[in-house]
Design a protein around this ligand. Structure first.
Ligand code: UDP
Length: 232
């Protein structure tokens, strides 16, 4: 079923299948941070990110968000719809953390009056610079209609995931989404996992995400397992 590899990223490989409209994504244990400067392995991460993304994509689909997810194939692979990824990273933030806290001089954990949506230009060479809707249109990265749809989906995803994680004792601090075009339509692609979300324990604020790897906080593998156990 799996044919040639069409793409290899930092954490995933993408393969063609016999059906041109479907791809297979394979999740790796490789971890990188700071635009590839820090490299490592988080044992079992690929399995958790694959299964966690599958579970969350399924929930989002049920609530009306179109995603690329078709079905889970095995521990490390899922079948997805073929998409052309829009070169945008969409970040939604509920609590100040990471680069936003640094950029705006806020304490990590600072409560903001409302959620914030940011766009970054997906370009490793440039270090994924932050851009706004004018840049997106000017550089023809997406159309105005596509941007509107992406914003609407992203806030709805924030609502759905925020509530879901809360019932499992987890605060959704921020997360990154990527969208793609499938048969001309905008759909959610990529993954939703502790690699792409900041997740804090609701009681203790303990970091339950990739920041444990980025910042050498220890218990990295254990934490990925813990998050998956909680959200199942
Ligand atoms: N993020 C991601 N991939 C990136 C950059 C950010 O998945 O290339 C996620 C990150 O895990 C966090 C959110 O997007 O949940 C916001 O990240 P931020 O801009 O604060 O950057 P960071 O501090 O992670 O470099």
């Amino acid at each position: 079923m799996k044919k040639e590899m069409v793409y290899e990223g930092k954490a995933k490989k993408v393969f063609k299948t016999e059906d041109d409209s479907k791809y297979i994504i394979q999740y790796k244990d490789d971890a990188t941070a700071f635009n590839g400067v820090k490299k490592g392995t988080i044992e079992g991460k690929g399995i958790i990110n694959n299964k966690m993304s599958a579970l969350l994509f399924k929930i989002l689909e049920e609530k009306g968000i179109p995603t690329h997810f078709i079905e889970l194939l095995n521990d490390r692979e899922m079948l997805v719809k073929e998409v052309t990824i829009l070169p945008l990273e969409v970040i939604v933030r509920n609590i100040a953390a990471g680069s936003l806290a640094k950029r705006l001089g806020l304490e990590e954990g600072a409560v903001m009056k409302k959620s914030v949506l940011e766009f970054c230009y997906k370009n490793d060479e440039l270090g994924d610079p932050m851009i706004n809707e004018y840049h997106i249109e000017a550089l023809d990265l997406a159309t105005k209609e596509q941007i509107e749809k992406i914003k609407r989906y992203s806030f709805k995803i924030n609502d759905i995931l925020g509530k879901y994680f809360k019932t499992r004792g987890i605060k959704l601090i921020d997360f990154k989404l990527e969208f793609g075009l499938h048969k001309g339509k905008v759909i959610l692609a990529d993954e939703i996992s502790p690699d792409t979300c900041r997740l804090w324990d609701i009681e203790t604020d303990k970091k339950l995400d990739k920041d444990r790897f980025r910042r050498d906080l220890g218990e990295v593998e254990e934490t990925y397992k813990e998050v998956f156990k909680r959200i199942q």
